[in-house]
Design a protein. Sequence first.
Length: 302
Amino acid sequence: MDTVSFTAAMARVPSPVTVVTTYGADGLPYGFTAGSFVSASLEPPLVLVCLDKGASTHPAFATTERFLVNVLGAGQQEVARRFAASGTDRFASGDMRPLEGGLPGLPDACARIACRLHSVLDAGDHTALLGRVEQTFTSERTPLVHVDRLFHRAVRDRPEPAGAAEGNAHGSQPPMTERAFPLIFAERVGMTADFYELLGYTRQSQNPPQGEPTYIGMRRGSAEIAVVSTDWPRTQCGLAPGPGPRFEMFVLVDDLDTTLKQLTDAQVPVLRAPADMPWGERIAHVLDPDGNPVAVACSTHR
Ligand SMILES: Cc1cc2nc3c(=O)[nH]c(=O)nc-3n(C[C@H](O)[C@H](O)[C@H](O)COP(=O)(O)O)c2cc1C
């Protein structure tokens, strides 16, 4: 196993962001940022954190009696960076206070877990510190997580919409406040939804649930559209859609030739054959069942 593949795979694994602190035999505070923090046993309550044998803090932690794990919250990435930086006084800013067991703690942490060192295990180039949990503190703060080599805030996943649970590999829904989608006025709602299914959209909701739909909500990854009947703007706000093309949909796909073959097999008219654009996209235009142009594109930067 090569290091690049190993670290690439591990970068995809979300980890907590913690700052582990202790006092050394010299009476000075020591701390380091750790993503390797995990619970190890319930009875007795044990946690584990791995520390690089070459780290400047290693001698202090390998011989300590107690340590405190500060679990960082969203917005505390500056603390994580400071406790990962070498050759600086990580405690100089004064944001750490003597907290559980008198150990250096972050008052507004997401959680704190105070431990007595239980055992020190050899873990390759790291040392695994097993700690027996003595005291804990928790707050309502949203946790900070590290994944894909970046800091993120842990947000609650939303339940899958009805019908999207099994076999739908299109990912989770973005938070409600980050959603926006156009409503497409279509003469033939069902047929237009069928067309967008060919482009990878899946039906998420339908109104009325039975019979001829006047509204079909669709999703493709985080992209959403709703196909509604041409009656919709009149019933909602007293307007009627004009004739002719009313919008152009732009859909990016992985493989333009394969998608175009599927569309032509389904008798979708092609308005313009694929053409390479100077900005690095290959684009073809087709016609949706309502007469609107749809650009189907893929990137040529690969
Ligand atoms: C998000 C993140 C997670 C980290 N996780 C660990 C870890 O679990 N174990 C570890 O030894 N170092 C980890 N590090 C690196 C240490 O925080 C620190 O940079 C390293 O111990 C070098 O410190 P030194 O200058 O004291 O030698 C992590 C750094 C970051 C930014």
